[in-house]
Write a protein that binds this ligand. Sequence first.
Ligand SMILES: Nc1ncnc2c1ncn2[C@@H]1O[C@H](COP(=O)(O)OP(=O)(O)O)[C@@H](O)[C@H]1O
Ligand SMILES: CC(=O)OP(=O)(O)O
Ligand SMILES: [Mg+2]
Length: 405
Amino acid sequence: MTAATRVLVLNSGSSSVKYQLLDMRDHTRLAVGLVERIGEETSRLVHTPLTGDGGDGEKRERTGPIADHAAALEAVAGELSRDGLGVDSPALAAIGHRVVHGGLKFSAPTVITDEVLKEIERLVPVAPLHNPANITGIRTARELRPDLPQVAVFDTAFHTTMPESAARYAIDVETADAHRIRRYGFHGTSHAYVSRETARLLGKDPSEVNVIVLHLGNGASATAVRGGECVDTSMGLTPLEGLVMGTRSGDIDPAVTFHLMRVAGMSADEVDVLLNKKSGLVGLCGDNDMREIRRRIDEGDERARLAFDIYIHRLKKYIGAYYAVLGRVDAVAFTAGVGENAAPVRAAAVAGLEEMGLAVDADLNAVRADSARVISPEYARVAVAVVPTDEELEIARQAYALVNA
Ligand SMILES: Nc1ncnc2c1ncn2[C@@H]1O[C@H](COP(=O)(O)OP(=O)(O)O)[C@@H](O)[C@H]1O
Ligand SMILES: CC(=O)OP(=O)(O)O
Ligand SMILES: [Mg+2]
């Protein structure tokens, strides 16, 4: 009988599923893929079986409507089967799931029982774009392999070390406690992985370094990490607080909400949709993809320019804030889709911060690479780095460690 050493990881987002199948003996990727634009006519599945020696197999791509997350996961299971990597394989040790909101209960990876699933469902109102997709992923995977441990790895877990001074909102304590209103933070799996990889890049132990991690994807968040532990993060009760994002506003005066309800006659749900789906970059200029925004700026588009400037202004404020929170900063790490790929964002975010020891070398910043790298000049006191995130690998590691514990 084959030893069960593989882990399938499902990272279900609001309209996408990213997945990886890994062999945990040496962390070899056996297949990677993505289903995007779920629920639209132009859904796209890209599946790549990998040869195991680091080389890519033949990439398979198909477009056409995929109605929902359940259908997306069926399609993924089908693709894996075609390569002899089906979820029915006895080599599979666990399925690891990214779960965005774990509330107060979960600060570590957890084997999913009916009880755990119920708690994840209870948290839907505080992660309306994310937890429902995660739940569908879990249900579908359970139906496919009821015998296999399904492990939840929570975005919120890494942030449970935040001191109360950072985690509490300055609102009435009884009301806050009655409704579990506090700052939870998200993207924790990425912040944990990237802060560790940044320490490694500097040749130091994570316990020795203070890092500001800037996870800039569709959702975006900043975290202040002191000696390997999160001490502050920009997202709050929900993934809406903090930085300007693709479709989310990030920080606003909370009074905007009741102003919109009282004066503009909007319902709570309408405000929710406005701030989560019609704000951020898309609300400011109609596009949420940083590539498209840069292209428009190059053509002289003023709205795209303003959207970019607002995005950068907020980012810079958080760098300054977390510098102050940490007192001493060893590195600022850029990660996720925008952070890893958009050199103009990195350059603009630290421009003018030389007095704080922060600078970017234009040539190093322009290099395109898949590996972690320092992009600050030799003389700079603080290392600025690009550190690719790997939420799937981190989820696989945690899930595998748990089932083997
Ligand atoms: N080459 C690139 N240049 C600039 N931005 C990019 C590039 N590639 C991806 N992005 C940005 O990354 C975003 C997606 O980031 P990602 O981390 O994959 O997000 P998520 O996991 O939240 O879906 C895209 O919306 C786009 O704005
Ligand atoms: C929590 C969150 O914002 O996740 P994502 O960036 O995947 O939307
Ligand atoms: Mg992401």
